[in-house]
Design a protein. Structure first.
Lengths: 365, 335
């Protein structure tokens, strides 16, 4: 297995700057998700690691070796596209064994490896079945088998679950992660789906407009977003943003929001008066009659255990997650409070998270 | 708007029974969601109402009139498909006005303009009316597709997973908007989805459909709190309901083989008690955190309380709080 290091990777297509000085590393056996909206450069980055695109600048190292200009076939990696691409005229055994045949591996060795891959994927009983009659999940397992059988240094996957419906996707998320735990193969996985990234990844690299905005564990990405973009992209519903104007001094533990003081995690840097944004996750909004912000209930979304309550305030519509057992009336006037130790502050102009006790150590760049 | 009634409708495609003896009434101004997995018969049901398929048995009534044998054009329904299919060479305005300009409708031009503007405003695309349809983002295109249906005032809107192609953030915004628009217009909607969040947050009633049969219909709260069987119970709720052997806890009623326990049915306390479980891990998902427990080898998943500060390896005690009970066949057993 292998470690991947991506250093200051740059890629332009004509005038379009697709990837801008992307740097991150994937440790041996680690599962890293490249996460971002469509057009953010995540697939281009993956294709450069695979050798399907050549970078405009920067280096890619596989186990320390500079492979930036190597052909794809010389990189010893397996690329998994949409998992459904199988050869319809071949049975499961021949589909899985196909890459080995291409590499000219002997029949006995190839068969041994196909049987081993099928065992890991728990599809041994399907080996002699045609792929055309298989259920969606089994087809995906066969496609994965084709990647596993080569015993590559690492797996690169491009939105492999994109085409599945919710239930199937959730089942495959658990299965892919369990498979990763069994194989321990270094994996780079591209997705625009935060649920996939949060549920599977050891590390997430969030990309936006060709820039890697943050590389961190799922927990840190969620609790300590490094930028407004990351805070907005992760979370469903996303983080609430309350714009305000103010200055900060290192060590202060409150900000002035309108006429009220709001407690925050202690600031670790000072800032002259500027446009700032207070960031609050919906689950950290509490209903309190004497709360710092007042508003009117706009609507509720019942989710069973919890509900999402939308409240119209002078800072815009804020969303709060509360137990479904609490009744709310549309139009009702309510007060809102925030859990102090969880709040983020951002500089509006740059989008950068201000360093606080909460963000210390979680901020990149 | 009008009431739509499906009476004992069945439809087979060769050997596949797509819809079996399905009866359903969508009341005037009601938003009903049909929730089920791929292949459950949801889309076929919509197509039967629209007249795009003919039932083998049963009848369909719109506003009290039997339309079973009528052509789609005579049924006064508007269909929003999963994949928006806009005319790429036309502007947003022209796309939305298209249905109103059909010769048989003879809507005056001034009325068309007023109607398109009103709907565009509801959908927050009023500034895009002069754009070519292809110059829009995916979310905007889907709004135009919905707008094309909304400019008409049909007996019923039939919507087939209209939000499934949108990303999570946009889907969340559109859910709230679509519900608001439906309420404002008093529109009758039958909405098909496999996404429980869409069904829970938008529908006045949810019909849970599986294998062509309607298993249960009721308000989101009724379906969630009072499911008729273990299958329906497992369709709603995130994390999914825990189905545990009844022998793990004392006090299950006679005939109960399985206990159905959701987050709100479990009281978790630090330290040992009557029933002990071990914390396996805490999974941080985008919107919430799941607490994974091991209870005598049975996995139990609940929403984790952020204040509880539990970690892997911690021992906790579990107490049940009015859970659901199911018999050997999965049917509900009264507590």
């Amino acid at each position: 297995m292998a470690q991947i290091r991506v250093e200051a990777l740059d890629k332009s297509f004509g005038n379009f700057h697709a990837v801008k000085e992307a740097s991150f590393s994937v440790e041996d056996g680690e599962f890293l998700c490249l996460l971002g909206p469509s057009g953010c450069g995540k697939t281009t980055t993956l294709r450069m690691i695979a050798g399907l695109e050549l970078p405009t600048a920067g280096t890619i190292r596989l186990d320390g070796e500079d492979v930036t200009m190597n052909r794809a076939s010389a990189r010893d990696i397996a690329f998994v596209f949409q998992l459904f691409a199988l050869y319809p005229h071949m049975n499961v055994r021949r589909n899985i064994g196909f890459p080995l045949k291409c590499e000219g591996i002997g029949a006995a060795e190839a068969d041994r490896r196909v049987v081993e891959a099928a065992r890991i994927l728990r599809i041994s009983h399907l080996l002699d079945r045609p792929v055309s009659g298989l259920a969606g999940g089994d087809r995906q397992r066969v496609a994965l088998g084709r990647a596993i059988v080569r015993k590559p240094k690492c797996f690169l996957m491009d939105e492999p679950l994109g085409a599945l419906d919710t239930e199937m996707r959730e089942a495959m998320i658990r299965e892919l992660r369990a498979l990763h735990d069994r194989l321990g193969a270094t994996t780079v996985y591209v997705t625009h789906d935060q649920l996939e990234a949060m549920a599977m990844a050891d590390m997430i690299a969030v990309m936006n407009n060709g820039v890697v905005e943050q590389v961190a564990t799922p927990r840190d990405i969620y609790d300590r977003p490094a930028s407004l973009f990351v805070a907005d992209f992760i979370g469903s519903p996303p983080m609430n943003f309350l714009p305000f104007r103010g200055s900060l001094e290192a060590g202060v533990q409150e900000i002035r929001l309108g006429e009220r003081e709001v407690a925050i995690p202690a600031a670790r840097e000072g800032l002259p008066e500027s446009d700032l944004v207070l960031g609050v996750r919906p689950e950290h909004v509490r209903f309190a009659d004497r709360g710092a912000v007042r508003g009117e209930i706009y609507g509720t979304e019942y989710l069973g255990t919890t509900q999402i309550v939308t409240v119209t305030t002078r800072y815009g519509a804020l969303k709060a997650r509360s137990p479904a057992s609490v009744p709310f009336r549309t139009g009702e006037n309510v007060g809102l409070d925030f859990r102090p130790d969880t709040l983020s502050i951002f500089d509006k102009a740059s989008g950068r998270a201000i360093r606080t006790v909460l963000h210390e150590g979680g901020v990149h760049g | 708007m009008a009431e739509v009634e499906i009476r004992a409708v069945s439809k087979a495609f060769k050997k596949t029974q797509a819809v079996s003896d399905l009866s359903l009434t969508v009341g005037d101004g009601e938003f009903v969601a049909l929730l089920g997995p791929t292949g459950a018969g949801k889309t076929t049901t919509l197509r039967l109402i629209a007249g795009l398929e003919m039932p083998d048995r049963g009848s369909i009534r719109i506003d009290g009139r039997d339309v079973t044998g009528d052509a789609p054009a005579d049924r006064d329904v508007a269909f929003v498909f999963q994949q928006y299919s806009l005319y790429p060479h036309l502007t947003v305005f022209e796309n939305m006005a298209f249905a109103l300009r059909a010769p048989i409708r003879r809507v005056p031009e001034a009325e068309i303009r007023a109607k398109v503007r009103e709907v565009a405003r509801l959908l927050h695309i009023e500034t895009k009316l002069d754009n070519k349809a292809t110059q829009l983002s995916g979310g905007q295109m889907q709004r135009v597709a919905i707008g094309r249906a909304l400019v008409r005032s049909p007996a019923i809107y039939l919507m087939d997973e209209p939000l499934s192609s949108l990303d999570a953030k946009l889907r969340g915004e559109m859910r709230l908007e679509l519900k608001r628009i439906q309420t404002d217009l008093g529109a009758t909607i039958l909405y098909v989805t496999h996404d429980q969040t869409e069904a829970m947050t938008m529908a006045s009633r949810i019909g849970v459909i599986e294998g062509g049969r309607l298993l249960q219909i009721g308000t989101p709260r009724e379906i969630y709190e009072n499911p008729i069987n273990a299958h329906v119970a497992a369709r709603l709720g995130q994390p999914a309901i825990n189905l545990l052997p009844a022998t793990l806890f004392a006090g299950a009623p006679r005939g109960a083989m399985t206990i159905g326990a959701r987050t709100e049915h479990l009281t978790i306390a630090r330290g040992g008690g009557d029933v002990q479980a071990t914390v396996k891990r805490i999974e941080h998902l985008g919107d919430q955190s799941h607490l994974h427990l091991d209870l005598d080898g049975q996995p139990v998943v609940t929403l984790s309380d952020p204040e509880a500060r539990l970690g892997a390896g911690d021992i906790v005690s579990l107490r049940l709080n009015k859970p659901l009970f199911f018999d050997a066949d999965g049917g509900r057993v009264a507590a």
